[in-house]
Design a protein around this ligand. Sequence first.
Ligand code: CU
Length: 115
Amino acid sequence: MVGGLLTSVFVLGVCTQMVQPVFAAAAVAVKGGAKVSIANFAFTPGEITIAPGETVTWTNDDGAPHGLEYNDGATGVDPLLPGSSFTRRFDRPGTYEYNCSVHPYMTGRVVVRAQ
Ligand SMILES: [Cu+2]
């Protein structure tokens, strides 16, 4: 006596096309250089490391005017009004300290190092 052979065949017609999202690998080779935001009366990040020849762009994201004063005597900017930016290129390796010319307690540092 062969009982009923129940064969359940579930055919899952999986016709799901593998849609591959093509992300044009946005190579984040930041040609524009590093960025520092000035907000809440502070530089963010307070310390940034770049390679020789790269630039740093400071943007005043605060509601008050700030300024940039470099300890090495390079020309800074004063005032740097809200919404404005200032870019400096660093060619020589070293550690560059700077502060806000309006608020001297606001300090930051740029480390230029071959990578
Ligand atoms: Cu300031």
